[in-house]
Design a binder for this molecule. Structure first.
Ligand code: PMP
Length: 386
C-alpha cells in the first residue's frame, strides 16, 4: 500500500494534502536513507582520504548515474548531471553560465511567458546581461493556443528565423496540468536549435524519457520528486552548442539531499512512474468531472483535456479552478477549515499567465479517491442550490 509509506500522511488522517505540485511528501525509504546517511557516513565529497568521504563521493557519482537512468538518457556516456538546489537555480545557471556564451548580436530566443516564472526570468536576465555588453538578443514569446494553454506549434513555426538560437519549454504545466507536447517543438524548430526543458512537474509524476523528448537540458527539483528540498539537477548534453559547465568554484554539494534523491528515484522506480501517472490522472479526471457538474466552478485550462485520456492534450494530476463568487484565496482558507491543503493564489505564472488567482489541487501517489470525493462534497456545499 503506497499511502502507508508516507508517515506525514498517515499520521494526519484528518487532513488531505493536495499541494504536491508545490512540494511532495516523502516516503519512509527516503526518510530512512537520510537517517542512514547522516548516522553512518556523513562527510564532505571529493576530498577523500578516509572511508566516509570516499563513500560520499561514490554516492554522488551513483546518484548522477541514477538520474540519467531514471530519465531514460539517450547518451549517458556523454551527458552530464549537475546538482543544483532546484529548478529555479538550475534554469538560471543554464541561462547565465551557458546561454549567454551561445548568443551573438541579432540572435533570437523563444520564452514561454505563460509558464512558471522560473522558466521566464532567467532567459530575460541572460538577455539583459548581454545587452550590457552591447549584444542585442531578441526575445520572442512562445505562442499558446487560446483554447488549451498548449503551445501553438504552427504559430511557433511562423516565428522561427535563421537567428532562432534557443527555446525554453515546460514538460507539464504547473497551472493547467497539461503535457505541453514538447516533441512537437523539436519537429517545428528542426534538429539544430537547443531546447531547455523545465521538468519540475513531470519528474516523479510520470515516466520521463529524454530519449523521446530530444531536448538539450532537463531541469527538475528533487523536493517535488519525493526527495529533500535543495536536491535538484540539471541534465545536459553538449550536442547542440558548448558543453554546459557551471561557472566558478563549486562548493560542498548537498550530500544528504543527493542521498535522498537517489532513494526517491529508487522508490519511484519501484512504485512505477506509469502507475503513479495513471493514478493521479484518474483522480484529476474524477475531480474535474465532479466540478463540471457544479456551475459556479470554472476549471482553468484545456477543456478538451479534462477526460482521463485526451487526444488533444494529456492532462496530469493538476486541476486548477475558480468559484464565480468566492475569491480563490478565501476558498483556500475555507477548504483548509475542512482539512484540505490546496494552493490558492497567482501560482507564480509568468507575465502572460492568468492574471487572476485560482485554486490548485495537485495530486500524488498517496492521494485517494475518498479525498477527492470528500473535497467535491465540500465544494458542492459551497455551490448555491438552484
Ligand atoms: N517550474 C515549474 C513548472 C514549477 O512548478 C516550479 C515550482 N512550483 C518551478 C519551476 C520552481 O521550482 P523550485 O521552486 O523547486 O525551484
Amino acid at each position: 500500500m503506497i499511502r502507508a509509506q508516507f508517515p506525514i500522511i498517515t499520521s494526519h488522517p484528518e487532513l488531505a494534502y493536495l499541494d504536491s505540485a508545490a512540494t511532495a511528501q516523502k516516503p519512509q525509504p527516503v526518510l530512512d536513507a537520510v537517517h542512514h546517511y547522516l548516522t553512518t557516513s556523513n562527510a564532505n565529497a571529493g576530498r577523500g582520504t578516509y572511508p566516509w568521504a570516499n563513500s560520499t563521493t561514490a554516492l554522488i557519482e551513483r546518484v548522477r548515474e541514477r538520474v540519467k537512468a531514471f530519465l531514460d538518457d539517450p547518451d549517458p556516456a556523454r551527458s552530464q548531471v549537475h546538482f543544483v538546489s532546484g529548478t529555479t537555480e538550475g534554469l538560471r545557471t543554464v541561462a547565465l553560465d551557458w546561454l549567454v556564451d551561445e548568443l551573438a548580436d541579432g540572435d533570437e530566443i523563444i520564452v514561454p511567458f505563460a509558464d512558471h516564472e522560473a522558466n521566464v526570468s532567467p532567459w530575460l536576465e541572460a538577455r539583459d546581461v548581454l545587452a550590457r555588453r552591447n549584444i542585442r538578443v531578441g526575445v520572442r514569446e512562445m505562442p499558446y493556443q487560446e483554447s488549451s494553454g498548449d503551445y501553438d506549434i504552427s504559430a511557433l513555426a511562423g516565428l522561427l528565423t535563421p537567428r532562432t538560437r534557443f527555446v525554453a519549454a515546460t514538460h507539464v504545466h504547473h497551472v493547467y496540468g497539461g503535457d505541453m507536447n514538447v516533441g512537437r517543438i523539436r519537429e517545428a524548430v528542426g534538429p539544430d536549435v537547443p531546447i531547455a526543458l523545465d521538468a519540475a512537474q513531470s519528474v516523479g509524476h510520470l515516466p520521463v524519457s529524454l530519449r523521446e523528448l530530444d531536448v538539450d537540458f532537463a531541469v527538475f527539483s528533487g523536493h517535488k520528486a519525493l526527495a529533500l528540498p535543495g536536491s535538484g539537477a540539471v541534465w545536459s548534453r553538449g550536442l547542440r552548442g558548448a558543453e554546459f559547465a557551471p561557472r566558478g568554484w563549486q562548493g560542498t554539494p548537498n550530500t544528504v539531499g543527493i542521498a535522498s534523491l537517489g532513494a526517491a528515484l529508487d522508490w519511484l522506480d519501484g512504485a512505477g512512474p506509469e502507475r503513479i501517472e495513471q493514478w493521479t490522472v484518474g483522480l484529476a479526471a474524477r475531480l474535474t468531472a465532479g466540478l463540471r457538474e457544479l456551475p459556479p466552478y470554472e476549471v482553468v485550462g484545456c477543456q478538451l483535456s479534462l477526460a482521463e485520456r485526451s487526444a488533444v492534450q494529456q492532462r496530469h494530476g493538476i486541476v486548477t479552478f475558480r468559484h464565480s463568487d468566492i475569491e480563490s484565496v478565501d476558498l483556500g482558507f475555507i477548504l483548509f477549515s475542512h482539512g484540505f491543503m490546496v494552493r490558492a493564489d497567482g501560482l507564480c505564472q509568468g507575465r502572460a499567465g492568468e492574471g487572476r488567482s485560482s485554486v490548485r489541487v495537485s495530486l500524488h501517489a498517496y492521494n485517494t479517491r475518498e479525498e477527492v470525493d470528500r473535497l467535491l462534497e465540500v465544494l458542492t456545499s459551497l455551490a448555491p442550490q438552484s
